[in-house]
Design a protein around this ligand. Sequence first.
Ligand SMILES: Cc1cc2nc3c(=O)[nH]c(=O)nc-3n(C[C@H](O)[C@H](O)[C@H](O)COP(=O)(O)OP(=O)(O)OC[C@H]3O[C@@H](n4cnc5c(N)ncnc54)[C@H](O)[C@@H]3O)c2cc1C
Ligand SMILES: NC(=O)c1ccc[n+]([C@@H]2O[C@H](COP(=O)([O-])OP(=O)(O)OC[C@H]3O[C@@H](n4cnc5c(N)ncnc54)[C@H](OP(=O)(O)O)[C@@H]3O)[C@@H](O)[C@H]2O)c1
Length: 517
Amino acid sequence: MDVWGNQFTIEKWQRLVTEFLEGGNSAPIININPTDPREFDAIFLGGGAAGRFGAAYCRALGGRVLIIDRWPFLGGSCPHQACVPHHLFSDCAAQLMLERTFSGKLWFQNLNDKIVSIKSIVELFRIGRVGPHAVMNYQSKEMLGLEFVLNAEAKIINAHSVQVGDLKFHAKNLVLALGARPAVSTLPGAQLKGIFNYQSLVETLDYEPGNTVVVVGGGKTAIEYGCFFNATGRRTIIVARHQVMPILKDAESRSYTLKMMVEQGMEFLENAELINIQGDELGKVQAVSIQTPEGVMKVDSDFVFMALGERANTELVSQTIYPDLDDKGFIKVNHRMQTSIPGIYAVGDVTGPPMEMFKARKEGVCAAKNIMGKVSEYKATDYPDFMHTHYEVSWLGLGEEEARQRYANVKIMKLPPENPNGLDVGLPAGDRMMLYLMMKPRMSGFQKLIIDGDTRKILGAFHIGCGAKDGFQYLNYLVKRGLTIDELADMDELFISPSYFIQLCRLRAGDINFKDL
Ligand SMILES: Cc1cc2nc3c(=O)[nH]c(=O)nc-3n(C[C@H](O)[C@H](O)[C@H](O)COP(=O)(O)OP(=O)(O)OC[C@H]3O[C@@H](n4cnc5c(N)ncnc54)[C@H](O)[C@@H]3O)c2cc1C
Ligand SMILES: NC(=O)c1ccc[n+]([C@@H]2O[C@H](COP(=O)([O-])OP(=O)(O)OC[C@H]3O[C@@H](n4cnc5c(N)ncnc54)[C@H](OP(=O)(O)O)[C@@H]3O)[C@@H](O)[C@H]2O)c1
């Protein structure tokens, strides 16, 4: 299907993408300018976050680029199977925690002992995701002027040539932006119906899960999806072979985060592994056995969610061009995003962790600059991070333990302050925490700022609550540039919002021998 020269509206893309996704139409969607005589500066294999942003930057620098993607839309896994459903589920988890806390009070319906449908939320997502797909196709074609072939599997012929069906394309450079996919369990029974990962959940769930969910893994995916399943009212057991949330480095922040999840009824089995998956006569999972430090535990469940990490999509390249891979199978790149093969770059999830949107997009841009002759280097370090539980957990810099190892005079400011009665104090009470503040103060969040008392520079910040996440992007930028508590105290806060520590810092600003707060 040649779409070059036809201006498609967002609505038309929406209809088309739905038709291709649902109808199984295998025709490629071709948007290539037949009158441009230039050779492609780069072919981006994969039009997800890394490929689309890289291609747009290449084009912005005057290059000619082609994106090839096997899906009928640009944008990749984030809007289709990963971040966007995760955000929808996490929004639901936050909302449901609020509703359960206030169940039967004020204007809240009585949700206690009620189970909310997972299937209907998944179905909502399946229908709704096409909107963002349509916007990205429209934006890429009409506004960014990108050339692409969609709904088409690419095959690499050699370092400069790619084949899509009967079509062959040649370019000065190739950019591998092929993404990653969920790791699959090798346990017998892992293929039973009812065993899901984040992809199969949104693509194939066709029944309402029962009362008990088993989640395997201790990373962000396990925690974020686990909190959602729990918030729907189901018993949720997280099985982690080591620790859960190792990414959350500050022990006190981690402990508050865990405590709040446990109060919602989540069960955590650390140093535990699934040893057996049992199915019924119809091939559907019905129970799992878990080896825990205390012994073997059998759990009846018709819904098991595996969050075992990611594997790079490297089959395409390992058959033809053989770039160097690391010991986990991710494509090795230098800081210019160059692989071991001249003229071939790799960007995004296919190069390994951290697997985050900013990293994928920035690697795409870095490759684009180098391709267009602007020497550029990028390595994802010192970035702000987040994870959803029923809350938003945001952090940057060092946790207290590491800060104390590296600095002699560490100061801490936090809310709630230390108090003999534990955490049952209604502060920080930032955005969307006010009802908790009045009803269950200990649920109104936790925040902590870690400072080098000698230079007065901020070393780390942790926030558990809502509303702080977006601002951490900017806070991190300032912290990396040496923000002090006095400079933070000099900012203009908007009313009570404690999320960025401005008031706390102002209470100690100017004090040359300041103490913890
Ligand atoms: C559950 C989950 C939640 C997440 N949530 C967040 C979040 O909240 N925030 C965040 O920053 N990050 C999040 N991430 C990470 C984020 O989704 C990824 O880092 C990002 O999408 C990677 O982009 P990419 O371009 O590298 O890969 P992708 O977006 O996967 O793009 C790869 C593209 O390559 C195409 N492709 C592959 N092989 C071929 C082939 N042979 N021919 C043609 N096309 C091909 C695919 O169709 C795909 O479009 C999440 C990840 C997961 C798993
Ligand atoms: N920004 C976001 O909100 C967001 C959300 C989701 C994912 N992501 C990104 O996507 C990437 C993948 O995240 P993830 O949580 O899916 O994976 P992950 O961080 O790699 O965690 C995988 C988990 O699975 C466990 N595991 C691996 N193989 C196992 C096996 N065979 N049996 C039992 N347990 C096993 C690991 O245990 P051990 O490590 O203890 O061995 C770990 O706990 C990460 O880079 C993450 O940052 C981002």
